[in-house]
Design a protein around this ligand. Structure first.
Ligand SMILES: Cc1cc2nc3c(=O)[nH]c(=O)nc-3n(C[C@H](O)[C@H](O)[C@H](O)COP(=O)(O)OP(=O)(O)OC[C@H]3O[C@@H](n4cnc5c(N)ncnc54)[C@H](O)[C@@H]3O)c2cc1C
Length: 194
């Protein structure tokens, strides 16, 4: 099997794993085209320098705040130098999907009016914020066809806080299955069974 890339590169392999995200080219080539659908959820993300929020004394853990029509998740990144803060609202009015659209911190603050002071303080400390419309796809009943297999958002796009973890689970499952199959093969080799 030969994979040809837009930059002219080609790779020959026995197996092709399409881990190419929500707009997966591998998925559309193998399972047919289907547009991602807008979930109605909109996310803002901000990276807050630690010195701006030291007075909040936030511990090393993933923190989730649930409220009406939205939630906020934050955790330390960059060895504790920055706090990653993701604010998701349902019924958002921003449908554009991009990794580079800037939002307004004032808009985020107004959507979280009345939330806990820690949440508002975190948002208020954003040096800047980026905005995403969150899209999904129908999950495929089967993630492989012949010698092609899909992985991660290519086969089951996830909303924030779930996707990267789920991709890791996919990998773990594959490894566990490989180990089980390897074990079964070894057993068959010993007994001579097919
Ligand atoms: C705002 C936001 C916040 C999020 N926060 C979290 C979070 O806190 N925790 C969490 O678990 N998940 C989070 N997610 C979801 C998470 O980002 C995704 O579920 C995860 O990245 C999926 O991983 P993936 O490897 O399947 O796809 P991707 O991360 O999208 O990677 C696909 C890769 O394939 C490459 N690619 C695509 N097409 C081609 C091509 N034709 N040729 C060559 N390369 C190609 C892309 O450049 C990219 O590098 C968030 C998502 C959003 C939008």
């Amino acid at each position: 099997m030969i994979a040809r890339f837009e930059n002219g590169a080609t790779v020959e392999a026995d197996l092709l794993v399409g881990a190419d995200g929500i707009h997966s080219r591998v998925r559309s080539l193998v399972f047919g085209p289907e547009k991602p659908r807008f979930t109605g959820c909109v996310a803002w993300r901000g990276l807050v320098p630690a010195e701006r929020i030291r007075h909040l004394s936030i511990g090393i853990a993933s923190h989730s705040w649930l409220g009406p029509d939205g939630h906020v998740v934050h955790y330390w990144v960059s060895a504790g130098r920055m706090m990653n803060v993701v604010c998701v609202v349902e019924h958002g009015d921003w449908a554009q999907e991009s990794w580079i659209d800037k939002g307004e911190v004032a808009d985020v603050l107004s959507r979280y009016d009345g939330w806990h002071p820690t949440v508002r303080c975190l948002i208020g400390a954003f040096p800047e914020t980026f905005i995403w419309a969150l899209h999904g796809r129908a999950e495929l009943p089967c993630w492989s066809a012949g010698r092609v297999r899909l992985l991660g958002d290519a086969c089951h796009p996830m909303l924030p806080m779930m996707g990267a973890g789920r991709r890791a689970i996919d990998r773990g499952r594959r490894r566990a299955r490989g180990a089980t199959q390897g074990h079964a093969r070894r057993q068959r080799g010993r007994t001579g069974a097919l």
